[in-house]
Design a protein around this ligand. Structure first.
Ligand SMILES: NCc1[nH]cc(CCC(=O)O)c1CC(=O)O
Length: 306
């Protein structure tokens, strides 16, 4: 067993949600290792600085993780805390995912001062989102809505809603729960209505791949069921497209030693939505999920997005 460090530094984005998630990791670490000192350092990431363009347009999820990876490789921090839904499926060379914490609620919520449910929004209302996944699935059900670009952290989006920039918006319930702000949600959307993003609601920690001491240190924080779900959903994304340039969703469940998975790919304008599903023994999950993803790609053909 490697000699465990008595102090470590956690790197994080600076948004209030990222900070809360990092405090959760610190609390769990010090509970598992009394006497451990955990320092938190804020790393500025491009995804938080660029606010006026859609994520897909400016470089995708890498914007949130690249600088945290670099901070680990440069030795500015030992480990980095991530929302797993923002982490590309290909980790940088020398970086490994060391644990996945117990997953929060996977669902999205609708927020609006104008309507009690998304389906009750008035004809032609403006829905603020920059997520291609949310845009495509909602336009499939409400093609009359006008989708307007909406980025920024939870607080910024709520302010924009207040200012009337849009009539409604969508957020992950996990983030609101962590911020203790679930009461601002107007409607919790079932995954049957809006399939969540791969790994939505899951926090993961990355470390330098050679740091066996950190692997041991973080092991008690790992939640095996959450980890299995995140890994099989990421296997789907990996086959489909590991970036965030296409509207893709995926959600798994585990019951005992069996899993069930649902995945979806759509055209941004919602005019085509293709779904897939599979289930089986948990130890075959990643293989079976990759199989249905390959079949879905076949079904999409070359011109799906044209
Ligand atoms: N892309 C931004 C992002 N990354 C993680 C969360 C929420 C928390 C989570 O899903 O773990 C959010 C905000 C949102 O989509 O509402």
């Amino acid at each position: 067993m490697p000699q465990l460090p008595d102090r470590i530094t956690l790197g994080t984005r600076g948004s209030p949600l990222a900070m809360l998630q990092t405090h959760e990791v610190r609390n769990k670490l010090t509970a598992a290792h009394p006497g451990l000192t955990v320092e938190i350092v804020e790393i500025s990431v491009a995804g938080d600085r660029i606010q006026d363009r859609a994520l897909a347009e400016v470089g995708g999820k890498g914007l949130f993780t690249k600088e945290l990876d670099k901070a680990i490789l440069d030795g500015r921090c030992d480990a980095a805390v991530h929302s797993m839904k923002d982490v590309e499926t290909w980790l940088a060379d020398g970086i490994s995912l060391t644990c996945v914490l117990e997953r929060e609620d996977v669902r999205d919520v609708f927020l609006s001062p104008k309507a009690a449910t998304l389906m009750e929004l008035p004809e032609g209302a403006r829905l603020g989102t920059s997520s291609l996944r949310r845009k495509a699935q909602i336009l499939a059900k409400r093609p009359d809505l006008e989708v307007v670009l909406f980025r920024g952290n939870v607080q910024t989006r709520l302010r924009k809603l207040d200012e009337g920039v849009a009539d409604g918006t969508l957020l992950a319930l996990a983030g609101l729960n962590r911020l203790d702000m679930a009461h601002v949600a107007t409607e919790v959307l079932s995954p049957d209505f809006l399939l969540p993003a791969v790994a939505q609601g899951a926090i993961g920690v990355t470390v330098g791949a050679a740091r066996d001491d950190l692997a041991t240190l973080f092991a008690p924080l790992n939640h095996p069921e959450s980890e299995s779900r995140v890994l099989m959903e990421r296997a789907f994304l990996d086959v489909m497209d590991g970036t965030c340039h296409t509207p893709i969703a995926g959600l798994s469940e585990i019951h005992g030693d069996r899993f069930a998975f649902r995945g979806l790919v759509a055209r941004e304008d919602g005019t085509r939505v293709l779904e897939t599903a599979c289930d089986g023994p948990l130890d075959q999950a990643e293989t079976l999920v990759r199989g249905v993803a390959q079949a879905l790609k076949q079904e999409m053909g070359d011109r799906f997005f044209d």
